[in-house]
Design a protein around this ligand. Sequence first.
Ligand SMILES: CC(C)C[C@H](NC(=O)[C@@H](N)CC(C)C)C(=O)O
Length: 641
Amino acid sequence: MADHEDPKTGKKNKGTSKEVCGYPLSIFFIVVNEFCERFSYYGMRAVLVLYFKYFLRWDDDLATSIYHTFVALCYLTPILGAIVADSWLGKFKTIIYLSIVYAIGQVAMAVSAIHDITDTDRDGTPNNMTFHVVLSMVGLFLIALGTGGIKPCVAAFGGDQFGDHQERQRRTFFSVFYLCINGGSLLSTIITPILRAQNCGIYSKQKCYSLAFGVPAALMVVALVVFIVGSGMYYKAKPEGNIMGDVCKCIGFAISNRYKHRSKQYPSREHWMDWAEDKYDKLLIAQIKMVLKVLFLYIPLPMFWTLFDQKGSRWTLQATTMDGNFGAIVIQPDQMQTVNPILILTLVPIMDSVIYPLIKKCGLNFTPLKRMTVGMFLAALAFVCAAVVQIEIDVSRKHLTYFNLTQFVNGMNKPVNVSTSEVVFGQIEKFHYSNYSQIRNGRATFFLQSGQLSCAFSRDFGFGSSYTFFIPSTLSLGSNCQESITGAEDIKPNSVHMALQVPQYFFITAGEVMFSVTGLEFSYSQAPSNMKAVLQAGWLLTVAIGNFIVLIVAEVAKLPKQWTEYVLFASLLLCVCIIFSIMAYFYTYIDPTEIEAKFRRNVGDDDDDKNDKQRKLEMEMMKRDLDRSDDEHYKGKQTKM
Ligand SMILES: CC(C)C[C@H](NC(=O)[C@@H](N)CC(C)C)C(=O)O
């Protein structure tokens, strides 16, 4: 059984969850829930832009803007979920209610993608596009509210399941939690594009977006059911009223009180928050100090996410100018992104079971903040690799895309029809040429048809190449097209291989493991008991801000060469990394439970009115510890960076 401390009394309560190998059983339901939820989120996200473009028929710009607005919203809503959880409903109920909202949103998306609903003329295209647009926008809003709202609660709720004696297990939990995120997302980003490529429909068959959204919707329902099944086993910390309201009022009072007493005749106080002592509980003030200390440390962190989130944009665009032919398989540029979750699934266990223990054995104290600093450095290194690859591409490249362009010149004295299984060149008049059309990378077969003459020929196409094929005047019934048709290479295929992106993916993912997995746990362990979800939301807010910085820097810098932009981002992160390491050096790890317990004990003593001097001394020591961060008297638990 895991025991827990009651946030009000400071007394340990026995949890109701059984333990398996030292872990509360309830954790199982939480990690499975996370796996299904991330499957649902990333699965839906994988086909979203294509849904906008091909189903709703939006142009690229609108599709991209709405996509990024949605992603940013998903990282802004955690603060709402956290406030509701910590101040009002508690994490358990918040997760349940917002998961329902989330599942409804996913179902709305699936329904919005059924073209038959408004396809009155049964031609395969919706006739009332407004219906589909409105329903999908409502769906996306509900999803953003749900996924963002539950995100800080699920992580913190998982952390809550561990007792004070299970610090090591709790750290492992956050690693497993991260594995589940990436396992779920990897699986769904492979599966949903396959589902989308199916044809479905009642009256006419179309690409099956409804199935690609429907399966994530079903997984969200499974996530909810799994979470509810574990209900009897969870430790559910009770919310302590409008904590965020109290925090704001307390900070406001401290500032105004400080201002009122600005004259020199009033003795200064150790910390500006101490000016709230005239009205507010010392425990609340101590808790606010803990939160502010961590939030201050978060200021440089968005820069990491600024680089991290460019995997999906800049790096994918870079991949479009590279050669994705891996022999047996041909990798599409956007598929390169799956390297990240694949590497996470391998690196997290390696780090936890080999690298970190090895570092410990060498006598080095690799504290969370040191790990995060190294993580930032690795991300900067990843961008240096990206810049080197970019220079290589620029040197070898004469064109800009990964599409292959092909045209035909008809040398015959009669028209000819040319097509592949995917592209129709149409009828090419005698002695005329066709427009250039895009052909898939890999092998393509062309079918020629002119009167009685019908033949086929195949060619291999490298990424980014362009060809002109000549149909000779001598081509006639019985000719062998494979031999008769000659081609000229207008543009050579991309020569820089996509495998060269692997080092940059490796460094950014190793950086992510050190930065993000550690940061997740750090945000939990350093938060006061009544603001765990709020600090998780603060952590996620750094992701949202990071995404905005990408837009700002890319817009403001407007560098002519892509590799210089990569170097700029790497340099910015390096500077931020140095600043962060200095800030981290002055940070002292605390044990919020212990500090809170001491404050509570002192309040209890206050009631009994005994041992006044000793109590005051102890309180002073704790305050000093929070203010100056240079004490080490909490059972040696507090360490510097
Ligand atoms: C805080 C989030 C950015 C962290 C996490 N993302 C990941 O773990 C990525 N490696 C997933 C990949 C598929 C982009 C998340 O919670 O989604």
